[in-house]
Design a protein around this ligand. Structure first.
Ligand code: NIG
Ligand code: FE
Length: 409
């Protein structure tokens, strides 16, 4: 039986179609369809057009409140949403001026979350993770990348990835292995630890299809580029896509990401001319994480410069208990938009099709025939109102694969 339905009318539908995956985008390039509707079938978009012209072709019409703006479902291409414990103590120390790196060097920070995540029962991790995903979905995030990286042992890294695989959620999840987050205390040598990950953890992940991507934190305090390069080359040879935590405090990681053909280089708060030039010439997506800038009280990623030089820019939350506890994509996108002088089109692109591209997904992020039917409505008839409210305007409704999400359960 066909489940063909029409959804509309949208006062304005911002389709995000026909926009370049790289470089600056001016707002006049946005495709804004007035009094529009979306035809869906089997979770995909069948057609997009004018509500009045399409209505008679559909037996089933999912009517929405008049006067709303529609956007593609958001894609959050960088999160660490599975964790145990809390880092409120770190945050209060950072507010008083302590640095993230010093807390880490002294054995706290990420190590604190590793201890708590290892000790937590899997069922509790699943329950907490599901709650995070549920909140994210209600705020319009229909596809979420999620990293491991608080396990740092075979047992605990696999446990984290199992949490992602077993969670009962309506958003699509893309899992990434971040076993190379920091070197666990049990290993005195970083290369030895990376060999252990290569030999013991990655083959098992591949066999059980627990993740398709591998990430590493490239930083002198975590894994310097020279130490991580061989590990990443071997991970790639095993069939994993690569993504890197790059240039958060010191430059170097983005160049490595480009050289290795990584899908994305994320953070880039401390990137330099060399990093920007490399990213601009490549297909590696630059991912800004404004939640980490706000969470650490540091500068934003130079998003304007990256775009003007020709790079692709996505915006993600980095949602994690340490550097980025807020986890609110629309708020963070609005903040980097005003500080970095981005167009509305560039911000929307950064949380839709450009973020999808950072995950290697070409089937979502725009409202057009054949794409996954993930979209949102906002209670306004002018799309510029959405970022103007700096995150306080949340979606009124969210459709995942053509089905309206019930936000009460
Ligand atoms: O993306 N910088 C490295 N990793 C994460 C933070 C993890 C944590 O502090 O728990 C980040 O900011
Ligand atoms: Fe991160």
């Amino acid at each position: 039986m066909s489940n063909k339905r029409l959804i509309g009318p949208f006062k304005q539908l911002i389709t995000m179609r026909g926009l370049s995956v790289k470089g600056a985008i001016s707002d006049d390039k946005l495709h804004v369809l007035e009094n529009a509707a979306i035809g869906v079938e089997n979770g995909l978009i069948l057609e997009v057009g004018l509500f009045d012209e399409m209505a008679h072709n559909y037996d089933e019409i999912d009517e929405i409140n008049e006067g709303v703006v529609g956007l593609p479902g958001f894609v959050d291409c960088h999160t660490h949403m599975v964790w145990g414990g809390s880092r409120a103590r770190d945050y209060s120390l950072r507010m008083r001026g302590e640095t993230y790196e010093k807390i880490l060097e002294e054995g706290g920070g990420i190590f604190d979350t590793v201890e708590k995540t290892r000790a937590e029962e899997k069922e509790i991790l699943v329950r907490n993770f599901q709650e995070h995903v549920f909140r994210h979905l209600g705020f319009g995030v229909t596809t979420i990348e999620v990293k491991s990286g608080y396990g740092l042992s075979k047992e605990s890294e696999l446990k984290m990835l199992e949490v992602i695989q077993e969670a009962d959620v309506k958003a699509d999840l893309i899992a990434t292995c971040l076993a190379a987050h920091v070197c666990p205390k049990e290993f005195s040598d970083k290369s030895q630890y990376l060999n252990y990950v290569l030999e013991e953890i990655l083959p098992e992940i591949k066999k059980r299809d627990l993740a398709t991507r591998v990430d590493a934190f490239i930083e002198p305090s975590a894994f310097p580029a020279a130490v991580a390069r061989g590990y990443l080359e071997k991970a790639k040879a095993l069939g994993f896509e690569l993504t890197l935590h790059a240039d958060q405090f010191k430059p170097g990681g983005s160049e490595l990401a480009v050289e290795l053909g990584a899908q994305s280089a994320d953070h880039l708060e401390a990137t330099d001319k060399n990093g920007i030039t490399h990213l601009a010439k490549s297909n590696t997506v630059a991912v800004a994480l404004p939640g980490a800038s706000v969470g650490l009280g540091m500068q934003f990623t130079p998003a304007r410069e990256l775009l003007d030089e020709g790079a692709s820019l996505a915006i993600a939350t980095d949602w994690n208990p340490g550097s980025a506890p807020m986890g609110d994509l629309i708020t963070q996108a609005a903040l980097i938009g005003i500080y970095e002088k981005l167009s509305t089109a560039e911000v929307f692109a950064g949380v839709t099709f450009r973020a999808a591209n950072a995950l290697g997904l070409s089937d979502r992020g725009a409202i057009e025939t054949g794409k996954v039917a993930d979209f949102l409505t906002f209670a306004t008839s002018d799309f510029r109102e959405i970022l103007y409210h700096q995150g306080m305007m949340k979606p009124t409704d969210v459709w995942k694969k053509g089905v309206r999400i019930d936000k009460s359960v």
